[in-house]
Design a protein around this ligand. Sequence first.
Ligand code: NJP
Length: 242
Amino acid sequence: GGKTVMITGASRGIGAAAARAFAAEGANVVLLARSQEAIADLAGEIGDTALAVPCDVSRYWEVEAAIAAAVETFGGLDVLINNAGVIEPISHLVNADPEAWSHVIDINLKGVFNGMRAAMPGMIARGGGTIITISSGAAHNALEGWSHYCTSKAGAAMLTMCLHKEAADQGIRAMGLSPGTVATQMQREIKSSGLNPVSKLEWSDHIPPDWPARALVWMCGAEADDLLGTELSLRDEELRAR
Ligand code: NJP
């Protein structure tokens, strides 16, 4: 069979588009998210080469169990896409709810660590693998009301650099993808928040989820090796202009 690709946050948006794109390339896809029904429906649509595993990436043991299920079903894991992420509640630091703030860090940053930590041993044992983490223009720009999100994405970008430093020589291909402003539920939440750093963009100017999905497929090939330890940015000039 083809290679096996695990995608976190596969219930909708960029993750669901990535699942379809990898499946179209002949890969086995392992779909993780909290919404059981959505990932089960997507797996049903893709067929026998898809496995849905309900998982909250902020819980290490759930991620480890999901990887064990992937290995049991498909024989091993070749690619991990750390895509799961949240942005709500958007709020200025002065009003931020402390519990909610750290919950975002638990998903967007600790969740990325959880995926890397759980996937690495098996990948290294079988000669290597690719771990791509979804970054953001917000990793490199301070955006009003987004302190939790910016901090989590900056940390996740650093985790990719650390992973590359420690494990490139063991065959781990670590990279980030900053997807630009993509038409997903997250952007609808941002639009309705009143604290929207890209509010000038029309919905039709947003990148379709299929673009980052196809970029992820390309990044798994040797053509992308110049990107190892760094990230690829798709059209984030809207943020950079601020
Ligand atoms: O957002 P959305 P995107 N455990 O809301 C899942 C980044 N990004 O596709 O658990 C496991 O449609 C959630 O599933 P569920 C962004 O930061 C985006 O835009 O069922 N999964 C859903 O499948 C994020 O890292 C833009 O609720 C969890 C998915 O995450 C990635 O792109 C720009 C979870 C979110 O789907 C995908 O976001 C940018 C958990 N604890 C970066 N919590 C953009 N859209 O413009 C959430 O620079 N999920």
